[in-house]
Design a protein around this ligand. Structure first.
Ligand SMILES: N[C@@H](CCC(=O)N[C@@H](CS)C(=O)NCC(=O)O)C(=O)O
Length: 213
């Protein structure tokens, strides 16, 4: 990993990781300047002494400011960037704010551990379908079903516009096909993925075309 003389926000991340792209999309959407440091997880770059000094958890994404502050955790970084900018990605109303937080916690505990992990096992860890824990598919589909229930009735997960809940959840939902999930079983989720990708200015992650980041 190159050493950097930071003079502005630095985001350490890997562009194949949905978690890492979340804060990058928020920074891009809000016009926040940053330097991106690509970290090769599989080459052990999150386990070097230099990186562990920045984040003892040995994980990306990680935000670092010139004054020495560092912040891990994708959802915390997104939230901080958006709140600092007074962005509408964060609802003002306390209950809507709490609803957004509810989705953010749910994403980390009940969505990412199944959908992202299944994708990672297939895409990056060389596992075959038969080697995978069957619970990853069952619980991942359950998560998609919960999103479908909400998105059947509303265009966005919270409120009548995109919030950080949508940004967090689209990160791996748009790549769910790479984990073997068939989004055509969840038509409202599929439409919401396109809507959110358009709002973020992202290319559509088309299953037929393979990975798009
Ligand atoms: N809850 C964390 C998860 C971060 C995470 O799992 N990062 C992975 C890449 S997606 C990582 O750095 N893995 C390296 C490792 O655990 O050694 C977040 O949302 O930022």
């Amino acid at each position: 990993m190159p050493k950097r003389d930071v003079s502005r926000l630095t985001l350490y991340g890997n562009t194949r990781s949905g978690n890492c792209l979340k804060p990058r999309w928020v920074a891009d959407t809000l016009g926040i300047d940053y330097d991106w440091v690509e970290v090769d997880i599989f080459a052990g770059e999150t386990a070097t002494e230099e990186f562990l000094e920045l984040n003892p958890a040995g994980q990306v994404p990680l935000a670092r400011w010139p004054d020495g502050r560092v912040l891990p955790q994708s959802n915390a970084i997104m939230l901080y960037l958006a709140e600092e900018e007074g962005s509408e990605l964060v609802p003002q109303h306390p209950f809507k704010y709490a609803q957004m937080m509810s989705w953010l916690f749910w994403e980390q505990y009940s969505h990412e551990p199944y959908i992202a992990v299944r994708r990672s096992n297939l895409m990056f860890r060389g596992m075959t379908e038969t080697e995978l824990d069957p619970a990853l598919m069952t619980k991942g589909r359950r998560a998609l079903g919960i999103m479908e229930m909400q998105l059947t009735y509303t265009d966005w997960l919270v409120s009548n516009q995109m919030t950080l809940a949508d940004v967090a959840l689209v990160a791996y939902t748009r790549l769910a096909h790479e984990g073997g999930f068939d989004l055509s079983d969840f038509p409202s989720v599929e439409r919401w993925v396109s809507r959110t990708e358009s709002a973020l200015g992202l290319p559509h992650a088309n299953p037929a075309e393979g990975a798009a980041l």
